[in-house]
Design a protein around this ligand. Sequence first.
Ligand code: URP
Ligand code: ZN
Ligand code: ZN
Length: 470
Amino acid sequence: MGKSADLPDLTVRGGLVALESGLQAVDLGIRDGRIVAIGEPGMLPRGGEVVDAKGLHVLPGLVDAHVHVNLALGEFTTRDSFAEASLAAAYGGTTTIVDFAVPGEKETPRDAIERRKEEAAGECYVDYSFHVTVARSLPEEVLAQLPPLIAEGFPTVKAFTVYRDLVMIEIGEVRTLMATLAGHGGLILVHAETASIIERAIAQCVSAGETSPAYHPVSRPPIAELDTVRSVIGFAEETRCPVFFVHLSTGAAPELLRDAHAKGLPVYGETCPQYLILDESLYAEDDGERFVCSPPVRSHGDRLRLWKGLANRSLQMVNTDHCCYDTKQKTLHRDFFPDLPNGLPGVETRLRLLLTEGYAKGRLDLRRLVELTAANPARLLGLYPRKGTIAVGSDADLVLVDLAREGTIRAADLHQATDYTPYEGRPYKGDVVTTICRGVTVVHEGRSVGRRGHGRLLHRKIDHRELAAL
Ligand code: URP
Ligand code: ZN
Ligand code: ZN
């Protein structure tokens, strides 16, 4: 039987829905993957499938602006495929992931984007896109590739100020890059750590024989992050290029961003669950190597200031920086921290952790949590209002959440392609019940019911009015 022109093909009924105007008891009518109607409970025309959301909160599907899938960086490559990472994301309530097209040794950013498109095609369970990445140097040939890539829907360009010889570019190149991006509607993502500070500190640790993971945070002091953040804010003032500082770890960074906002500068920042929840004392534990990421997780005081930065809008996003190494990779160089793979798995656990540590503990209300994990990443990356909000005309990306459901995080229960989670044994309160991507249920009650290949490549365009709303 053909479907009627006026009827929804899916209705989400009976939930408390996180609309932009606030939480409301409404039903959602969905047709061809988009929200077509929002109505009083029981008042929408009936038709098609019904998802019962009684007793649940309905949030926009989360957008993860910082995911590394199968990242090859130095000696190690993270373990997951696009299929695995996107399914794990769906288990965690995320319906859009944005990965990085990192050029290999002989590749240009254009080559890397084309390769990444091929690798992800037909693989993903949820929607996806890529950040362009510049690596190692910034010749004219590379700069010339950026305007067409921006015009094609890849307007976000990542620069690393550390990881020399692998991906790092010099700080002067960051400035040149920002001038180019500003002139063509682009936005820069910056991994902010000053290499020269870190390289000297690592050398000092090594020559003193201090090579256990306990010295990882010693070798990457807060000033390394703050030094680069300050320089790049200066370049933003000069060039007006919008900046997205990734994985901010220090308590002082949001305060620098706040000062920049007071001057009207377009600088934005994320932090990640690891920086909000984990403590640097973990590096001195027996399994300290499992928590190695760069920048490192820091002190209790830093964590408090990051939470404050999220609440007072100095920081705009919580994404994951998902890097799916396993314990074999993490432990191989456990006696020599400079050779450890950097990064933590987390694409699946973001919402649970934020509901538990943010919402249930009164640090974030639900509206702010939705902004930080869905609306703001969508705004910043040029996906809003298609993604990140529940509104007529938006994609029907939804996560149905039970705020009262409690449990314990265990790697064995997760779907990330690794054998550990940095949050093993942590109790949670608040869990994903159903994840819907463009009107198709991908995960329901802990079961995968979606289709590999359902996820579509998203083309994006930065909208400066949306940046101003952050
Ligand atoms: O330690 C981290 N964050 N590794 C992943 C690559 C990056 O720097 O984002
Ligand atoms: Zn980074
Ligand atoms: Zn990263």
